[in-house]
Design a protein around this ligand. Structure first.
Ligand SMILES: Cc1ncc(COP(=O)(O)O)c(C=O)c1O
Length: 448
């Protein structure tokens, strides 16, 4: 499934210098002097080029990429058809602004997204530049349409870093520290994290307390339901730890939202666009939202944020929301090519290769005492590290050593949550590359 430009001998890692190499060191020094220190770099990878699931650094070292630029390059690095679409569009028109003028591509992409979005109602689409902008648009649209101002979100959630989205984000204190006051009226409840059930229950014995708590506790005490504009939720929690809730969690949220006239917003910025083996993660549970937001993988690395709602729901008038760059022609061309590739086989490949990896990973808690839980869907896979499986005590230092050890062996992975290592490769990862990634990780974890 890798792109045709890839030489088969270059589908695997190969390190030829110590890390970081001499060219990387030079750039790291420059970066340290001039670039904002707010970024979180786990290891010193200085990237030069990418193709498929392989990236090469500035010293000619080759890495197998199971991070996909934080779940972004859905079609792999520089897929020839995406590159061709970008180059063709860039030569014709880069910008005119879809907020004041019209582009054919914008209308065509909106139609395509409306067709593939979950739910039967006719849809309309708003375009921004990033995940956080897509979430901001969803918050504003929910307020606009419902005439209400409060939000419910979940502990562990990550929805972005602009002020509105940050008010929903409840992932790490550092993300909020010194940035308040945030948007008022956001209420957080625990997420459906079955490995560490916040209610001390087991999945077979639970009655979706993580959803019913909204009606039973919030609405009966501090939050009048008729003031709530939206419940905002990730169908699979991403930055919070690759947490897969049971399907009945989303079903119950849908029921509560319908009963109280609240908009249900699914943030599929990370879990959407084919990553879980279906186009949208919520399709595994058969539940459709009122507003779907996505970004990351939708344009294979070009900036694009998308907010999709039913045509009735998207009732705001001219001037109420817009963005100069949102939905620029080059990003749109990349998105149209990306969706074609996903539909031609990459979503199916994500399901097949994901199943292969998860089958092998299912053995790991038995084989490695430091692996407490393995979970995921398609190519969105989390491995949770613990000091011991009985106490389930989180082991962030072991996770960090695993991430670092993988890098030193040519495998790119990232952490998420407190103590989880996530695998989120390009969706055209092939079976041999998947096996290679797990071989490397097994070696690393076995030596921890
Ligand atoms: C679920 C989710 N929503 C929103 C965002 C914010 O996206 P961006 O970084 O493009 O603003 C992220 C980013 O990680 C995300 O994972």
């Amino acid at each position: 499934m890798t792109g045709p430009m890839i030489n088969t001998s270059e589908r695997f890692p190969m390190l030829s210098t110590p890390l970081p190499g001499p060219n990387a060191r030079r750039i790291l020094a420059l970066d340290e002097q001039y670039v904002s220190p707010s970024y979180t770099r786990a290891y010193p990878l200085v990237v030069k080029r990418g193709q498929g699931a392989i990236v090469e650094d500035v010293d000619g070292n080759r890495f197998l990429d199971c991070s996909a630029g934080i779940a972004v390059v859905a079609t792999g690095h520089c897929h020839p058809r995406v590159v061709e679409a970008i180059q063709k569009q860039a030569a014709e028109l880069i910008h005119m602004s879809g907020t004041d003028f019209y582009y054919e591509g914008m209308a065509r992409l909106a139609r395509k997204l409306a067709e593939i979005a979950p739910g039967d109602a006719p849809k309309k689409v708003y375009f921004g530049n990033s995940g956080t902008e897509a979430v901001e648009a969803a918050m504003k649209l929910a307020r606009y349409h419902t005439g209400r101002d409060k939000f419910i979100a979940f502990l562990g959630a990550f929805h972005g870093r602009t002020m509105g989205a940050l008010s929903l984000t409840a992932s790490k204190p550092v993300q909020r520290h010194k940035f308040g006051p945030l948007v008022p009226g956001v209420y957080h409840v625990p997420y459906a994290y079955c490995y560490r059930c916040p209610y001390g229950l087991t999945p077979d014995a639970c009655a979706v307390e993580c959803a019913t708590v909204i009606e039973r506790d919030l609405f009966r005490t501090i939050l009048p339901s008729k003031e709530v504009a939206a419940i905002v939720v990730e169908p699979i929690q991403g930055e919070g730890g690759y947490i897969v809730p049971p399907p009945k969690f989303l079903e119950e949220l849908r029921r509560i939202a319908d009963r109280h006239g609240i908009a249900l917003v699914f943030d599929e910025v990370q879990c959407g666009v084919g990553r879980t083996g279906k186009m949208w993660a919520c399709q595994h549970a058969g539940v459709a939202p009122d507003i779907l937001v996505t970004a990351k993988g939708i344009a294979s690395g070009m900036p694009l944020g998308v907010t999709i709602a039913s045509a009735d729901f998207m009732s705001w008038g001219p001037g109420s929301h817009a963005s100069t760059f949102g939905g620029n022609p080059v990003s749109i061309a990349a998105a149209l090519a990306t969706i074609e590739l996903l539909e031609e086989g990459l979503v199916e490949n994500a399901a097949r290769i994901g199943r292969r990896m998860l089958d092998r990973l299912a053995e790991w808690p038995r084989r490695f005492p430091v692996v407490g839980d393995v979970r995921g869907m398609g190519l969105m896979i989390g491995i949770e590290f613990v000091t011991d499986q009985q106490s389930k005590q989180q082991a962030p230092a072991l996770r960090d050593r695993a991430v670092q050890g993988a890098f030193e062996r040519g495998l790119l992975v990232l952490g998420c949550g407190e103590n989880v290592l996530r695998l989120m490769p390009p969706l055209n990862l092939d079976a041999d590359q998947a096996d290679c990634a797990l071989d490397i990780l097994e070696g690393v974890i076995g030596g921890l």
